[in-house]
Design a protein around this ligand. Sequence first.
Ligand code: BES
Ligand code: ZN
Length: 847
Amino acid sequence: MTSVHRLIEKFVPEHYELFLDVSRASKTFAGRVTIKGEAKETTISLHQKDLTIASVVIGEQTLDFTMDDENEVVHIQVPEVGEIALDLEFSGRITDNMTGIYPSYYTVDGVKKEVISTQFESHFAREAFPSVDEPEAKATFDFSVKFDQEEGEIALSNMPEIKSEERKKTGIWTFDTTPRMSSYLLAFALGDLHGKTAHTKNGTLVGSYATKAHKLSELDFSLDIAVRVIEFYEDYFGVKYPIPQCLHVALPDFSAGAMENWGLVTYREVYLLVDENSTVSSRQQVALVIAHEVAHQWFGNLVTMKWWDDLWLNESFANMMEYVAIDAIEPSWNIFEDFQTSGVQAALKRDATDGVQSVHVEVNHPDEINTLFDAAIVYAKGSRLMHMLRRWLGDEDFRSGLKIYFERHQYGNTVGRDLWNALSEASGRDVAGFMDSWLEQPGYPLVTATVENDQLILSQEQFFIGEHEEKGRLWQVPLNSNWAGLPDTLTDEKLVIPNFSALASQDSEALQLNTGNTAHYLTAYQGELLDNLLANWNNLDKISKLQVLQERRFLAESGVISYSELVPLVAGLTEETDSAVLGAIAQVLSGLKRFIDEDSEEETLFKSMVANIFAKNFERLGFERKEGETDEDELLREFAVAFTLYADQEHAIEKAKAIFDAHKENIASIPAAIRADVLTNQVKHAESKELTDLLLDTYIQTNDGAFQRQLIAALAETKQEAVLDTLITAFENKDIIKPQDLATWYLNFLGKPFAQEKVWAWARTDWDWIKAALGGDMSFDKFVVIPSNTFKTEERLAEYKVFFEPQLTDMALSRNIEMGIKDIQSRIHLIAKDQLAVAQAIQNLEL
Ligand code: BES
Ligand code: ZN
C-alpha cells in the first residue's frame, strides 16, 4: 500500500463556511462550502469520498478540477499561490455504514423514525464535504444545516445555535463559529431528540440527549456525571473547558462506543443511558465512558496529535484519565480495581503474543488507521503505561507538566515528544528516556525474583504466550517494591543485590514488586519468595491478592508453571469478600474451565470446588438486594449468583426459577443485577419455544441496550436446533439485530459448544455479507478475533487457517489473523500439556 501525501503541504485551510441541506426522505444531502486558506502551490487537493462536485469557484472565476476517487481527493487548479477563498458546490448520498453522515433507526410507539448524525473520526469528514481531512489541518468552522424537519425536531452541533429567529423563517439552523480544530471533530445530530441540560460552576452548558424512544429520566445519571467530570478536569488540568457547551447524545446506531466531537459527544445508547433498573457495573461503565470522552475535550480536541501514528496520545491518555476522574468524583466505587480486572488483564494478554504492535505505530495509509484502534494496546496498555508514568513522576509533577503542555500547545498539534518534554520540564526527570522503551517496543518484561547465596537476583526478559522469537528486548522497569533498600529501576537484564538476609530483616512483610500493580510487567517469585508471599496471603491488600492471582495465571498461560498449581490455590480461597479478588478468581476459573470437558467427572468435581469458593458470599447475599446495601455487595452478588448457578446448586436453580415465574409477565422487571442469571438459568433448565420466543420478542421490543445484552446471553444457552436456526437467520435481519450488535451475538454463540459448529459455518459461508454489512466498521475485525479467542482444537485451527490465511493480504485483518493463529495454537498446546495434571489436581481436592 502506498503512503499518502499530506494535502496540508499544498493547501493550509483556515476557515470553513459550510452549509448542508439534508434529506432523510431521499437519503441525500447537498452542500456549499467556502474554504479560506493558503495555497502553497497552484495545484491543490481536497479530500472527498463518494461526493459529486458540481463546481469550484474563486470569486467569479470557475476553476478546473479532476476527481481522483481512488485517492479520495479532488485536484484543483488555482490561479495563484497565497490566500484564497474557494467556493464548492457538492452533493452526496446518506448510507448505512455508520461513517460520515448516516442515519440511526428506531421505533417510537410503533412508528419507525430516523435521526441523522455524523461520525468523522478518523477520516470520514471527507464523506460529508470537501476538506483537508487531516488532524493537523486545524481550522475554524461556521456550520449551518437544513433538513426535512418535522414538528418538534431539533438540530445540534459543536457550538450553540445563533440566529434562531431567522431559523423560524428559513428553516436553517446556524451555529456559532467553532474554535480552531481538526475536521474529524466536526459533528451534528438532527431529528426528534429530547434532552436535559444543566450548567457547571463556570457556566458551561451541559446537556444529555436521546431519541424520544427513551424517557428523560434515563438521562439524569449521565448529566450529573458529565457536569462533575468537567468541573474535575478544569481543576485537575488548571485549564478551563474551552467552549460554551458540552452536549452528549445517545444514538441508536453507532459504530464505536462513543466519540468525542468537540461540544457534541456522541454515544452508543448503552454508554449514555441508564434505565431505572440498571446494574452497578453498567452505571460505572457509563461514567467511565463519559469521563473518557470529556478528557478528550482537552487531550485530543484542544491539543491534537499531528498524525495518526500518535493516536495513543489521544486514546491512552483519555483511557487513563477516565479512571483518575471517576476515582476522584466517586471514591467509594474503587474504580481502579475495575481497571485491574479489565484493562490490565486485556493488555497483559494481548501484549504477550509475538507479532503484537507497539503503542506507537507507523501508519501511512488511511486504511491502516482502523487497525490502530487496538483496544488492548492503544487503550489498555497505553493507559497502563500512563498510570505507570504518573506513579513514577508523582501526581503533582504530572499535573504541572500537563498544564505546561496544554498552555504551550492549545489549538495546535503535537507529537509524543512534546508531552515528554513538558513532563520533563515539570519534574526534572528524563521522561522520554523512561517511556521510549515502553512505547516504541511491543511486549513487556517478566521480572524473575530469586534468592541465591544470600543475594537477591532480579532479572528481566520478554514475556510471551505461545510461539515466539526472542529479540532480547529490555525495559526501564520501575520496581515499586514494598521493601526499603532496593533500587528504583531495573534497567539491565540482571541486577544482583547483596546481603539479602540483612535486607529482609529490616522489612516485616513478604517482598513484593510492582506494588499497586501500576507498572506493565509480571513478576515470577521463586522459592522462598513465593512461599513467603503465599503464606502471608491473609495480610495482603486486595490489589496484591488480585495481582498474585493474575500473575500466577499468566505464568500458567505461558507454560512457566503448570495450570494445575492454580487449582489448590483458588480452591482454598473460600473467605474472600472483595469483588476485585473475586474478579481475579473468576478469571482463573475461566482459564481452568478450558481444560474440563463438558459432562465429565472432572466437571462435577470442578463445579463443587466453584460452589465452595462462592458459598459464603452467596449465603450472605442471596438473590435479592437488601435495603441500604452497598454497591460493592451488589457487585459481589453478580459473581456469587452467576457462579453458584454455574455450579448447578439445586437450591439456587430453584430460586432463580421462582424469580422468573414471579416476573414472567414482565421480565424486564427482574432486578438487573441478577436478570442475566435468572434468564440464562431458565433457558438452561426449562427451555421451551414459548420462552425463547419471549426472549427474542423482548429483545426486539426493548430500548434498553444493557437488557438486550442479557437477553443475548440467555438465548445463547439454547439447545434447540430450530431455535438456533431462527437466530442465525436473524443475524442478517437488520430489523431484529442491528449490525452494531452482531459481534456480541457472535461472541456469545460461538462460545457455546452446542452452537459453535453452526455459527462458525454461518460466518464462513456468509462472510461476504458480514463484510458488506460491517467491512470498514470498527467491529469488523472482531469476526477474526472472536474465533481465535474461543477455539481450542486442532480441527478448528485447521478450519481457521483454511478460511483466514487467504485473507492475509487484507491490511485491515492481517495482523489479527497472524496473531489469531498463534493464539489458537498456544491454547491447544497448553491444553495438551496441562490437561491431565489439572484433572489430577481436581481429583486431589478434598471437597
Ligand atoms: N475517539 C474514540 C472513538 C473512535 C475510535 C472513533 C475509533 C473512530 C475510530 C473515542 O474516544 C473512544 O475511545 N471510544 C471508545 C469508548 C471508550 C470509552 C473506551 C470506543 O469507541 O470503544
Ligand atoms: Zn477515546
